[in-house]
Design a protein around this ligand. Structure first.
Ligand code: ZN
Length: 133
């Protein structure tokens, strides 16, 4: 089960009003990372083998159809390795919006890091998320 971590951040709106917030992280165990890496490897390499069976789809590789399979094998390995190395991903930012003064949570992409700009899901105003000093 992924562990939830929180670090303090500041939420700043356009006029410069500040509110305390928290940056929420998800930390994966080694088993979970191995599982995700395996799934990605199977999906990418499996797709490559499906494509291999449909001749029209490897027209760009018509002279060397096996090269595309090798390429997909390397791609699958790289994606699986990258997935395995992602032990901590950004999950969201929570806190009170400095503009509308309501509690909200902003969803983040896994690779998001502070400082970043997002928009309040309740009032739509821009929100700068900066490190809390
Ligand atoms: Zn708001």
């Amino acid at each position: 089960m992924a562990k939830r971590l929180e670090t303090p951040v500041l939420l700043v709106n356009q006029p410069g009003e500040k509110q305390q917030g928290k940056f929420i992280w998800k930390q994966f165990t080694t088993g979970e990372r191995l599982h995700m890496a395996g799934v990605w490897f199977i999906v990418i390499f499996g797709l490559a083998n499906c494509v291999y069976l449909i001749p029209i789809l490897h027209l760009p590789f018509i002279a060397y159809p096996r090269t595309s399979i090798g390429g997909f094998f390397v791609l699958a390995l790289l994606v699986a390795w990258r997935q395995y190395r992602r032990n901590v991903v950004a999950d969201g930012v929570g806190g009170r919006c400095p503009s509308c003064k309501k509690d909200m949570v902003v969803d983040l992409d896994g690779d998001d890091r502070v400082p970043l700009r997002k928009y309040c899901p309740l009032c739509g105003k821009p929100l700068d998320i900066i490190e809390s000093s």
